[in-house]
Design a protein around this ligand. Structure first.
Ligand code: FE2
Length: 379
């Protein structure tokens, strides 16, 4: 038996064309000037930026658009956004895109009301004052950032990733419109989908998993197992895109309430040191971290296998099935495939050991030696 607390946040507007409600939602939250972070791809290749400006304008809300966000955003980019938002006296933020856009919009909302730089708040519960309201509109089905309290940035000088973790970062509203995910190319669909799968399986195995999170995490895994292959092959399948978006949202609730585990600790330095996209880094490491948990977590993996594949298989066979699932989606199988130099293990281990909370959640305690072994196995 464990003690746990449950946190629920945003008001959710879901379904095809729910994006059209953006202006109304922003108005209800009292916005007069919105700082909008939108993915560069969406800004340049779709009419989403123009639509956003129009929807806000119709409600008398001014918008300041930032569309120079990169994947794995840096603290420098985040601080640039904070400056612009403060200068323009923005009183609401909107994130439209993948985890980078959403995390940035969340952090900016926090720093409009808290002085200083992003770096000052990386850690746990460092924001002193509540943020301005924020609306999250994911266009990938992956990070679940629309329902979590975290915003992650790379400190470029140190090549380290760190999250601002604060109850003030829970978004006030999320809009889950599957039509916005249709243009996502297959490789990003796969890597972001696998990030969501990691949130689901890690939160299911986490020491903080509980009666509320476990069914949610399981349902997220079931939906991803069924629908990721469909959207990978046919990105225009709206029904499967919708299921993926809900799965990512559910996995985000699992993550926010039960946490993630060692996969995320070990993947952070791959992003910080080598710029490997978050979802890909997690996906590559997942089978090796799961192997390290055997036999302790075997019964749980068998339970997962039965529920998501309908097959009664051993935990080892399930891990093999997972590797095949990833291979089908073009996910590299090893760190060697990612061109990570083998002599970087020491640095990777140092980095991973600093991402403490997910390591503490891991169902099996991992020593420094255990972490070295997992990285070695992954090469
Ligand atoms: Fe993640």
């Amino acid at each position: 038996m464990i003690q746990f607390k449950l946190t629920f946040s945003p008001e959710v507007f879901a379904g095809p064309d729910s994006f059209e409600r953006l202006g109304e939602v922003a108005k209800k939250l009292g916005g007069n000037c919105a700082f909008v972070v939108i993915d560069r791809f969406l800004s340049e290749k779709t009419d989403l930026k123009e639509k956003t400006i129009k929807l806000l304008e119709d409600q008398g809300i001014r918008s300041i658009i930032y569309d120079r966000i990169t994947s794995e955003p840096t603290t420098d980019t985040g601080n640039e956004c904070v400056c612009i938002a403060r200068e323009n006296r923005c009183d609401i933020t909107i994130g439209i895109g993948g985890g980078s856009a959403l995390d940035t919009a969340k952090a900016v909302a926090g720093l409009i009301k808290n002085p200083g730089l992003i770096e000052d708040y990386q850690g746990i519960d460092k924001l002193k004052f509540p943020s301005v309201p924020k609306i999250m509109i994911p266009t990938t089905a992956g990070t679940g950032s629309e329902v979590t309290f975290t915003a992650v940035f790379v400190r470029e000088k140190e090549k380290k990733k760190g999250g601002i973790n604060s109850k003030y970062l829970y978004p006030e509203a999320a809009i889950l419109d599957p039509l916005l995910t249709l243009s996502l190319p297959p490789h990003i669909t796969a890597s972001t989908g696998m990030d969501a799968f990691c949130h689901a399986i890690e939160s299911y195995l986490s020491r903080k998993a509980n009666f509320f999170t476990m069914p949610i995490s399981m349902e997220a895994m079931r939906l991803i197992w069924k629908n990721l292959p469909v959207v990978f092959k046919d990105g225009s399948n709206i029904e499967a895109r919708e299921k993926m978006l809900y799965a990512s949202f559910l996995a985000g609730i699992g993550l926010a309430n039960a946490g993630v585990t060692a996969v995320h600790s070990l993947s952070y330095p791959l992003g910080g040191l080598f710029g490997i996209p978050h979802g890909t880094a997690n996906a590559v490491l997942l089978p090796y971290v799961l192997e390290s948990g055997l036999p302790h977590t075997g019964h749980l993996l068998e339970e997962i296998a039965w529920n998501i594949t309908g097959k009664g298989v051993t935990a080892k066979s399930f891990i093999e099935m997972l590797k095949e699932f990833e291979e089908f989606h073009g996910i590299p199988q090893t760190l060697t495939h990612l061109k990570i130099p083998q002599n970087s293990i020491e640095q990777l281990v140092e980095g991973a050991m600093q991402v403490k909370v997910p390591l503490e959640n891991n169902p099996v305690e991992l020593s420094r030696q255990d972490i070295i072994k997992i990285y070695q196995a992954a090469f």
